[in-house]
Design a protein around this ligand. Sequence first.
Ligand SMILES: [Zn+2]
Length: 365
Amino acid sequence: MEITRMELSARYDKWMRSFGLITYPEIYADSREDFIWHGYRPSPSSISYCLKSLFYPTNETLNVWTHFIPFSLMIWRSYRIYQSLDDPTNPETYPFWFETFALIILFFSSSCAHLFSCRSGEGREICFCIDYGSIGITSFALSVATNAYLCPLHCYGNLEDLFLPFPALLAVACGLIVCVTFISRHPSCQQWKTLLRFFPFIALCWVLLTPCFHRFFVVKFPEIFENSRYVNLTECNLVKERFPSEFILILCLMNVTSLVIGIKIPERWFPGMFDIVGHSHQCFHILSAICLYMTNVMAENGMLDLIKLKRQGLLKDENLKFSFREWLMSFVFFLAIIFTSGFYASKVLGKIVQEQRRRSNLKKT
Ligand SMILES: [Zn+2]
């Protein structure tokens, strides 16, 4: 007997409902995802349901796993590097550990945000404010690592004065960008949410990779900078061959990742087809995890280079001019901005969402 398309769809629907899952029209407006029709977990849900849903065919399951696996791999990787270094507690390794630790926090908080987002309307806002805050911390840490290893101040020649207030400026920029992402969750910003959430981070990535651009051009085209008083060619050229290729790979990956999430590829073209496996958020998680892993490898190589050059006497402490104190103070300032704004944003947004849900319940009854 031939099964019709309608029967197949009814069977699929019944199977999904056996896990307690609901469809696009049944979920609250605040939890809907464009072009995703099936696999929504009901909200509010209990903590045990959230944990069980790790093994259910929901549209969030792979969002959790695609950052939980990188979280576990990053812990393993940091343990392996810690074991391999002669002196892993040397202050020269601090920027690298800071970046690694920020990545671990990011992957973990993103997994938790996706896992517990159906807990309640208020819980969802708290989860995603923590998620955006951890993206901000990672951006800041990435900048610390690139500035410490890939283009320290000694590379800049006479330009170095320009970069001295850089940590403080970056703390303010990262703080503002994280605040914009909090605001993007407000119901009145719904039509601009993709732009408000991703454009600031893309802009920030370009800014924080500025030292890499600088070094890339110096390494690739040293002849341009031969008579420049803004570049210290001898010291800036002490860099591994593989840096330019690593940097280009990261740039390409970053742009592809932003495109996938910004345009919502592939579900925009095939609505309902990639509800459980293969939608843009999962692709975004996988691509961003690869991209962040690459930045960590680039920082590790930069750190190993720096340690080796210092041992060979080619770099001296006074040449490095990397001020931990300035970076630390700026980071504390940045944390204060995002904790305060995140706390208030999740409170305000949580109340709005609860009120919207109460009104839509009244309409149904
Ligand atoms: Zn995510």
